[in-house]
Ligand binder design. Sequence first.
Ligand code: ADP
Length: 406
Amino acid sequence: MKILVVNCGSSSLKYQLIDMDGEKKLASGIFDRIGESTGAGGKHVYKPTGKEKVEDIVDIKNHAVAVELLIKTLTDPNIGVIKSLDEIDALGHRIVHGGEYFSHSVLIDEDVKKKIKEVSPLAPLHNPAHLMGIETCEKLFPGVPQVAVFDTAFHQTMPQKAFLFAIPYEYYKKYKIRRYGFHGTSHDYVSKRAAEFLGLDLYNSKLIICHLGSGASVTAVRDGVSVDTSMGLTPLDGLAMGTRSGNIDPSVIEYLVKNVGMSIDEVMNVLNKKSGLYGISDGMSSDFRDLESEEADNRNEAAHLAISIFCYRVAKYIGSYAAAMNGVDAIVFTAGIGENNPMARARILKYLEFLGVKVDDKANNVMGEDRIISTPDSKVLAAAIPTNEEIAIARDTKEIVEDLKN
Ligand code: ADP
């Protein structure tokens, strides 16, 4: 079974074609700058597995044009990886927000689309783009089943004490204002993989998963389900991220509006796009690697501060989730920084020595796939496990499509 995983952003479309027989990636790619005016430098990067990467500068007026080009590329006699479109058995769409409607992945029908639209105010940049992608694919892949996989679904198991904000209850009842959490596909995949790799019984375990990429979140996974997570109503809450502030006193917003004269849109733009590592480093970079080399090579104070705040926040979340679960069996790092940055992992875990965590410096510095980075006598296991959201989406899609047939 071949599955096309699609992730539509407002001006981008990422894809991966996976052969589920052996879970082999056949090709992946991204369309960037969709919709910008002619000549604005739209780009298609296509990576067929085992062959040269192909980059094209093309104007991509809308998502439909991107999908048409995608089909043409995948079936191209020279660079394509399939002979015809009929080889694609199903599509899996990544959807950022499912509100309280979806605790699992679902086959897309009119009702599902209606609900994705209904919760769009909670993810105004993402959900409308996902819908556009779904409708485009419905037209261009007629009769091919399409599945929606939600970033929020895994966290629907959180208890009220974790997902409610301490504001009037009626705001939850009337407006569904609550913590939803994101990166659910990754936290779900990594927690399952971690339990398997570490020899733990997932259904009788306390795991803390740290997804540290340019967006970052921490989740407490008890007995296989999410019981708390750091992102909130939107992905802005929680950790300090590449450009997002993470949690702040809401009065900061009032202060900036009333005393600095900023509009609410300006403030939200700063909190989403100009804060986090980028903001603290005074605009130096939102990329951890840049800051790490500035700190190491030039002893740059701003870079040092940004890294320190990032690591301190992650450690505080781990500490609080260990308390929330009354213990922790394993702390697991994933995504760009979590998988690849030994320095960040070591700095974070240093704060957690009181829990009995001991880092094995040698193991922590080895790059690669699934790894244990704690010493054999560490009271809590620590590990780095690469995430794979595309495979997780493809697996869910396959399961749903197979159920359809039975
Ligand atoms: P996203 O998918 O949210 O865009 P990623 O998971 O790719 O983000 O993570 C991006 C972050 O990971 C950046 O801060 C980058 O510096 C860091 N990162 C990625 N690869 C490496 C690496 N090989 N070594 C150190 N840091 C890395």
